[in-house]
Design a protein around this ligand. Structure first.
Ligand SMILES: *[C@@H]1O[C@H](CO)[C@@H](O)[C@H](O)[C@H]1NC(C)=O
Ligand SMILES: *[C@@H]1O[C@H](CO)[C@@H](O)[C@H](O)[C@H]1NC(C)=O
Ligand SMILES: *[C@@H]1O[C@H](CO)[C@@H](O)[C@H](O)[C@H]1NC(C)=O
Ligand SMILES: *[C@@H]1O[C@H](CO)[C@@H](O)[C@H](O)[C@H]1NC(C)=O
Length: 269
């Protein structure tokens, strides 16, 4: 090796270790997934970030498109397209998309008391705003739901999990544009949610790459926000499960580290 190569190699090691320590220095809870993989065709193929599952996941929820159980809130028609990171095309696999979120007051079914006060771990048997769908042959999962409310410490969000049969491929979250939530919050029934709002810029999940889970929102009626929204999002998913649940998948973390190192070497070689 001549000296330039050695210098580059040392630089590569330095940058890789800085990136690795940045990702792991804050404990095992969160890590940043590499953003840009590749672009192909009209769809942007990006690895969706792995985000925390949070305390309110419930297993065994039903397959159904309408998860509202007739509860109040502005309707949302949610279209989730799953891209296979190996091809950057809509996945050919039949995967399960599972979502859960709170009601307009910031309350989660099954954890109503805990949602009001974290010191109350008591659970109930309610299932509203929870459900699963298979992707269809266009790799789309559709849900009818509502614009979620907010609760202290978190901006509005929808939790999502992607499964292949019983294998968890990814746990993540979708975010809502703050100016849209500002408008929603001014109208009943959201006016009765007195919890303190948290903006995206200070939300703990959004700031570590939640921008990739940002929903594209289209108002159904420009003159009546209560008519609701169409919401679209594309998720880049590794179909072999290498980006499984945040912070508890060793192979996921190692995979991210390898990609980070590759990115660093690409930038500095
Ligand atoms: C996905 O699998 C489910 C359950 O086996 C089946 O009902 C559904 O038709 C499948 N969808 C596609 C697009 O193959
Ligand atoms: C898949 O589902 C979406 C949303 O319901 C729908 O627009 C699309 O036509 C469906 N694709 C097929 C092939 O059925
Ligand atoms: C939210 O929407 C506003 C207005 O359309 C836009 O200026 C802003 O960039 C959006 N914020 C994010 C985080 O996408
Ligand atoms: C898993 O899939 C990713 C892309 O989706 C690919 O880069 C990786 O090589 C695959 N790993 C294995 C073990 O198949």
């Amino acid at each position: 090796m001549h000296s330039l190569t050695i210098t580059r190699f040392l630089m590569f090691l330095l940058v890789s270790s800085i990136i690795a320590s940045t990702c792991y220095g804050h404990g095992p809870k969160r890590y940043i997934t590499p953003k840009d993989i590749v672009k192909r065709g009209s769809l942007t193929c990006i690895a969706s970030p792995s985000e925390t599952e949070g305390p309110y996941f419930v297993s065994g929820m039903p397959y159904r498109a309408d998860i509202t159980e007739s509860k109040s809130g502005f309707p949302i028609h949610l279209y989730i397209t799953i891209l296979d990171l190996a091809t950057c095309l809509p996945t050919k696999q039949n995967v399960t998309v599972e979502i859960w979120h709170c009601d307009y007051l910031g309350i989660y079914s099954h954890y109503e008391e805990a949602s009001k006060n974290y010191a109350n771990p008591k659970t109930d048997t309610n299932t509203y705003f929870r459900g699963k769908q298979f992707t269809n042959s266009s790799a789309v999962a559709y849900f009818k739901t509502i614009y979620p409310g907010w609760y202290t410490g978190r901006d509005n969000h929808i939790h999502v999990r992607i499964w292949q049969d019983s294998t968890l491929l990814l746990t993540s979250q979708f975010s809502f544009n703050d100016s849209m939530t500002d408008a929603v919050a001014k109208v009943s029934p959201y006016t009765s949610n007195t919890n303190q709002r948290t903006s995206l810029s200070t939300d703990s999940v959004f700031k570590d790459n939640g921008v990739l889970g940002m929903l594209t929102l289209k108002q159904i009626s420009s003159s009546d926000i209560s008519a609701g929204f169409y919401a679209y999002v594309e998720m880049g998913v590794s179909m072999n499960g290498t980006t499984a649940s945040e912070g508890n998948s060793l192979s996921g973390n190692v995979n991210v580290m390898v990609l980070m190192a590759l990115l660093a070497s690409f930038l500095f070689w």
